[in-house]
Design a protein around this ligand. Structure first.
Ligand SMILES: C[S@@+](CC[C@H](N)C(=O)[O-])C[C@H]1O[C@@H](n2cnc3c(N)ncnc32)[C@H](O)[C@@H]1O
Length: 506
């Protein structure tokens, strides 16, 4: 059986089981390229700290067969069942004789490594116990001298541990989720790595070339050597799945140019660290023309319980809620099929039985509300709503956040591309959207800003500020969206740059 044939279950529970253990297998075309890195450096000992079903061992055997170089395989794995799985995938007892069943991070073998090749378990921080988190924190301090934000997942500690075990000139190839370079902890982590190790190359994947189809993860491969850091490195993007050139590119020391399947760039480390290692070169990085110059951003309303506060037309009628306590609202990006919200968009959502009314109460005392609202709120108390995490912080608990209707919305995550939306119906969005408030309210300004926001070049720039997921989805937080570079040519074309940028309209 080939390791590229892992079927990702569509069933939620089975997927969860895989996620808890971080068990996703590396496809052959990626494993072959990664194994080539230590082999081209003349190393013959291959160590995989998380062998799983043995994708890298199998790749090593293929490369050994092709090159005639004898490779010795060793590694660790926490799940003993994986050895049985690995044999099903074609490995022998002899291949697996140097695999230890142990926790690589919390019970690290006392050895040094000439190579480390891994697809470490992508186990996010909220799946780690408080005790494990404490141990990981201590481990990071021991290796680097500092701690990193607690939102780093287990894979980050795999990387740190393996780096700390490398011998001089040793080589490491890790495939990791993009949060490794995009998370809040990333700057500190990569400043440290690139000051102590030599980053040779980074590989990214276009959505259609993802090594893990069906998994919501944007993967990156890092090729790192324990030697003098350099100011430049190679960065490439795989444009199609299974490019033969990927292995050849590694084999030739990353030096070949771009082709129809690989977009290769030689990059300055400083620029790449500032831009983010998951993103292509950003020449507009120091542009003073960011969205913040022309608009401010806020997230949509967080109700704390959409089931209770976000109502359908039928519920509004049944509960007899007066319209002065309601605001027209949308909560799902799917309810906005196009790029403009009109009254028809709301009517269509209502027809589909979707909630479109936000129960927007102020902080007055309970008895001063009409009886229909009093009894609905009593029902909320019965359901325990005032004790819910977010609602608990509000005083009184039913007082809803206030927003002005924004001129534009931004749908910041979803299978469909992140996009700006025109809010012609004046709705108040919930948290699936961000609110974009132009700095001026005159029609001409708003029209020009819309032309800038909907321009393909502006939309392309979202990848420069957002966090990337598999299948091309991008998540952009409010502060990051304010940093969105607006292309100078587009600003000139639309005339937006001529407006007085500092005057606030509100
Ligand atoms: C993403 S899979 C990769 C497996 C394989 N190397 C591949 O690329 O296909 C990660 C593996 O790490 C194992 N694992 C999880 N936590 C571990 C730990 N603390 N120490 C060692 N292995 C661990 C999981 O059981 C899983 O088999």
């Amino acid at each position: 059986m080939s390791s590229s044939q892992q079927k990702i279950p569509t069933n939620w529970e089975e997927r969860e089981a895989l996620r808890v253990k971080g068990q996703f297998w590396t496809p052959d075309w990626v494993a072959d390229a990664m194994i080539s890195y230590p082999v081209t450096g003349g190393f013959t000992d291959i160590f995989d700290p998380a062998i799983g079903a043995g994708a890298f061992f199998l790749a090593a055997k293929r490369i050994a067969h092709q090159t005639g170089v004898q490779l010795r395989l060793s590694g660790t794995e926490s799940d003993p069942d994986m050895l049985i799985e690995a044999k099903k995938w074609g490995l022998t007892d002899g291949d697996l004789s140097e695999v230890q069943i142990r926790d690589f991070v919390l019970d690290t073998p006392a050895i040094s490594l000439s190579t480390a090749v891994a697809n470490p378990p992508y186990i996010r921080h909220h799946r780690l116990s408080a005790e494990a988190k404490g141990q990981l924190k201590a481990l990071c301090r021991k290796i680097t001298g500092f701690t990193i934000d607690g939102r780093a997942g287990l894979h980050v500690y795999f990387l740190l541990t393996a780096l700390s075990m490398l011998r001089d000139d040793g080589r490491l190839a890790f495939i990791m989720p993009a949060d490794t370079v995009e998370g809040v902890f990333a700057k500190k982590l990569w400043d440290w790595i690139t000051r102590h190790y030599c980053l040779d190359a980074v590989v990214s994947f276009a959505p259609e070339a993802t090594p893990f189809p069906g998994v919501d993860t944007n993967a990156l491969i890092f090729f790192i050597r324990k030697s003098q850091p350099k100011d430049t490195f190679y960065w490439t993007r795989c444009l199609v799945p299974h490019p033969r050139e990927l292995k050849d590119w590694v084999w030739l020391g990353f030096k070949t140019g771009s082709s129809t399947t690989l977009d290769v760039q030689s990059r300055v480390l400083e620029e790449a660290l500032a831009t983010g290692l998951s993103r292509p070169t950003n020449n507009a990085l120091n542009s003073s023309h960011t969205l913040f110059t022309y608009a401010t951003i806020m997230r949509g309303v967080a109700t704390g319980s959409n089931d209770f506060f976000f109502l359908t037309q039928q519920q509004v009628r049944d509960l007899d809620i007066p319209s002065i306590f309601l605001q027209s609202s949308l909560g799902r990006t799917r309810d906005v099929p196009g790029d403009t919200i009109t009254h028809q968009t709301i009517a269509d959502a209502e027809k589909a039985g979707r909630p479109t009314f936000l129960l927007s109460l102020d902080g007055r005392s309970l008895e001063t509300f009409p009886l229909s609202i009093q009894s609905y709120l009593a029902k909320g108390v019965g359901l325990g709503l005032p004790l819910l995490a977010l609602i608990k912080q509000r005083k009184p608990w039913y007082k809803m956040e206030k927003r002005r209707a924004p001129s534009f919305l931004f749908a910041y995550l979803g299978r469909r591309n992140a996009r700006f939306i025109r809010n012609e119906a004046g709705i108040i969005p919930l948290t699936s959207f961000l609110c974009v408030y132009p700095r001026h309210n005159d029609v001409e300004y708003i029209e020009a800003l819309w032309r800038v926001l909907s321009h393909p070049e502006t939309v392309r720039n979202l990848a420069r500020v957002g966090k990337s997921y598999g299948s091309g989805a991008i998540k952009v937080e409010p502060r990051a969206l304010e940093m969105l570079p607006l292309p100078e040519t587009v600003l000139q074309e639309t005339g937006l740059d001529r407006h007085n940028q500092l005057e606030l309209a509100f």
